[in-house]
Design a protein around this ligand. Structure first.
Ligand SMILES: NC(=O)C1=CN([C@@H]2O[C@H](COP(=O)(O)OP(=O)(O)OC[C@H]3O[C@@H](n4cnc5c(N)ncnc54)[C@H](OP(=O)(O)O)[C@@H]3O)[C@@H](O)[C@H]2O)C=CC1
Ligand SMILES: O=C(O)C1=N[C@H](C(=O)O)C[C@H](O)C1
Length: 269
């Protein structure tokens, strides 16, 4: 089997570092490049310097340099960074695994358009556990379609910049789809003041930010006399990194197309 050459964007970030380490330990993947934000402390340093085991790949802000020879770019940055990388990758046939969250509709449309030129896996959560949880939610929502109020509660570390999390929004989409609702019309993002009684057709979101919480998601189905809670809690970012590597391997025989982790993990159907 050919070694898959991986470039990592946001190489000096929380996820970027996990990915550099995971690629280095994988056996079947090789780090070919590392991108960082111009002016960041990591620029010019070996991407694996933080491990004390340099890999000979220097973090650069130059896309041509960072993406030279790459088969796949794994990108966990910010929407504006990902969209810049996306344009370059689509033009140069580099495949993409996008874990970044917080895109608006125009950003998502740009990713879909780029997938006509290169192959992309785009998912707000790469962990196997979260994606299986999404399947459980589909079943729960269909079975609890009436008489249960649905609330999605997520908690993350103090550094997270987008809310609700991409995962929470995906959970809302999966549930809304299962119930034949449109999340844009039924989502309620936080409550304050005299809100009136709860509208049963809504899906509520609540966001907690603090400390070093890696990522907790709970969906509450609150009925009369009982409530069901479906929760996933991450205690490490390793699952996100391993899922991303699975996504990169999945892309090996794809030339174009937009995929998600259901495709990677064969969870469709
Ligand atoms: N899909 C999934 O499974 C997961 C998704 N995520 C998502 O991944 C993203 C990154 O998370 P995390 O690693 O915690 O964040 P960090 O802030 O730790 O890392 C982000 C990295 O991207 C760099 N960066 C910031 N802005 C730009 C830009 N405009 N262009 C290029 N690079 C940029 C940062 O540089 P600098 O440090 O200099 O600012 C940093 O190196 C978030 O959107 C998060 O929600 C996170 C975990 C799992
Ligand atoms: O920013 C994070 O940390 C995470 N972001 C993703 C999200 O927004 O859902 C995935 C995970 O929850 C960690």
């Amino acid at each position: 089997m050919n070694t898959i050459k991986i470039a990592v964007a946001g190489a000096d970030g929380r996820m970027g570092r996990m990915l550099v380490e995971a690629v280095g330990e994988s056996g079947d993947l090789a780090l070919s490049g590392a991108l960082g934000l111009a002016g960041s402390a990591g620029i010019g340093q070996d991407a694996a310097a933080f491990l004390g085991k340099p890999l000979g790949v220097v973090v650069t802000a130059d896309l041509a340099e960072g993406l030279a020879g790459a088969d796949v770019l794994i990108d966990f940055t910010r929407p504006e960074g990902t969209l810049k990388h996306l344009e370059y990758c689509a033009a140069h046939g580099v495949k993409l695994v996008i874990g970044t969250t917080g895109f608006d509709d125009a950003g998502k449309a740009a990713i879909a358009a780029a997938a006509e030129k290169t192959a992309i896996v785009f998912a707000p959560n790469m962990s196997v556990g979260v994606n299986v949880t999404l399947k459980l939610l589909e079943l729960a929502a269909k079975s609890l379609a009436t008489g249960y109020d649905i609330e999605i509660i997520e908690a993350h570390h103090r550094h997270k910049v987008d809310a609700p999390s991409g995962t929470a929004l995906k959970m809302g989409e999966v549930i809304a789809d299962a119930l034949g609702r449109d999340l844009k019309e039924c989502a309620v993002y936080g409550r304050e003041g005299v809100t009136g009684e709860r509208d049963p057709s809504t899906i509520g979101f609540a966001t907690v930010r603090g400390g070093d919480i890696i990522g907790d998601h709970t969906v509450l189905f609150a009925g009369t006399g009982e409530r069901i809670e479906i929760s996933h809690k991450s205690s490490s970012r390793a699952g996100y990194a391993q899922g991303s590597l699975r996504a990169a391997r999945f892309l090996a025989d794809k030339q174009t197309g937009l995929f998600d982790m259901f495709d990677v993990l064969s969870l469709n159907g």
